[in-house]
Design a protein around this ligand. Structure first.
Ligand code: SOE
Length: 387
């Protein structure tokens, strides 16, 4: 039963993979911890495989199931469309949803390339609908706290930003590409490899924390050149980047150094960054996500050292809404926080960050990286301020 003060936000989820689960969980939990006038309702689940879609819908409590995303757009009992499909379908769905006046929440990376990203931003902004892109790591409390510390000026002038996102799940040459499970290895579905899938996270965080990246020079490598394609059953060339390293300049004068690979044996999702400023440094690691490492040169010299802050106290970002101080939360909570902030933005009328426009700034950097890996030269990104 919905009270007069409460407004339903009827969600249509398109896709039922790993992200479909993470987002559904967030919609279900958010209201219990972050009270809002808006109450997400799991209205429609859309998936091409009807049996799987039905099973998912039943498990998570969706009211209706459809197998064609166009049906979702045509329905008048849907307020917001959540796009959790492979990257090559984001644009078509998002543009159609915006034109139909639906709010759009889109998985990262926003688009396959810059041209597509521009069309998406135009469509969303001319429709004037609420929108956001799921760069979830911003909302890990320790990462949000890094933003606060930088905002307070504690680091002073920033000299270095370095980040890594390391995995090891594609090392076997026997792993196929394509299909529902392995579309991330198929360039026609994913657009790129680690650049769009993993470095995009690092770039979103970096530009949010440290401002625009103005130019890049990169190299990429594809270690396994051919893989069997699940759909054709044939050996086909691999078009994605398995690994990518780039250095860059930030507009504020600091130097960036980034690396991502799916060939770092022993690392499953090792996303980490370190920022060095004139007065202080910050470091964070997803494998220990509730800790923020902080070094402040202004401390009394005999006591100076890296502090390992357990970001679980009531005065840490988002943590007041959770358990008691000292008790950690996890990965899934970053999605709950994203929904909580999205609902807050609906209440205030302010944009929900990152917006499509802001996520497109990340897309521009990714495009410049891929261009530089081919040209073997510095490339300008054209990226500007994001929030
Ligand atoms: C790939 O393995 C992946 O699942 C990415 O697609 C996600 O965006 C990242 O958060 C974790 O790794």
């Amino acid at each position: 039963m919905v009270s007069e003060m409460t407004k339903e936000l009827r969600i249509a989820m398109i896709g039922y993979g790993f992200m479909g689960k993470a987002h559904s969980n967030a919609y279900r939990q958010v209201g219990q911890f972050f009270p809002s006038r808006f109450q997400p309702v799991l209205q429609v689940l859309c998936g091409r495989d009807e049996a799987k879609a039905k099973a998912f819908a039943q498990a998570w409590g969706y009211k209706h199931v459809v197998t064609d995303w166009r049906e979702v757009i045509a329905r008048d009992d849907v307020d917001a469309v959540d796009i959790c499909t492979p990257n090559n379908s984001h644009a078509e769905i998002a543009i159609a949803a915006a034109k139909a006046g639906k709010m759009v929440l889109c998985e990262k990376p926003l688009s396959m390339d810059v041209e597509e990203g521009e069309r998406m931003v135009r469509a969303i902004e001319s429709a004037g609908v609420a929108n956001t892109v799921w760069y979830n790591y911003r909302r890990i409390p320790a990462v949000t706290m890094a933003k606060q510390l930088i905002g307070e000026g504690r680091l002073g002038k920033i000299f270095h930003f370095r980040a890594q996102f390391l995995q090891d799940w594609t090392i076997s040459a026997d792993l196929p590409q394509g299909g529902a499970g392995l579309w991330r290895l198929d360039a026609s579905a994913a657009g790129s490899g680690v650049t769009g899938d993993l470095l995009a996270h690092c770039i979103d965080t970096a530009q949010w924390l440290n401002g625009p990246i103005s130019r890049v020079v990169a190299r990429t490598e594809t270690f396994v050149k051919e893989r069997v394609h699940i759909l054709s059953g044939k050996m086909e060339p691999v078009g994605i980047d398995d690994a990518c390293e780039f250095i860059c300049d930030f507009e504020n004068g600091s130097l960036g150094n980034f690396e991502s690979t799916r060939y770092a044996r022993g690392h499953k999702a090792k996303y980490s960054f370190e920022i060095n400023g004139e007065n202080a440094s910050i470091a964070w690691d997803l494998h220990d996500l509730h800790r923020l490492e902080y070094f402040d040169h202004r401390d009394q010299s005999s006591l100076r050292g890296w502090r390992s802050i357990h970001v679980t106290d009531g005065d840490h970002p988002y943590m007041k809404q959770w358990w008691v101080p000292g008790l950690a939360i996890g990965y899934e909570h970053s999605f709950i926080h994203h929904v909580a902030d999205f609902l807050k933005s609906l209440e205030s009328g302010a944009p929900a960050h990152p917006t499509f426009r802001e996520a497109h700034e990340t897309g521009k950097v990714c495009a410049a990286i891929l261009k530089s890996a081919k040209s073997e030269r510095w490339e300008l990104t054209g990226a500007s301020e994001i929030r």
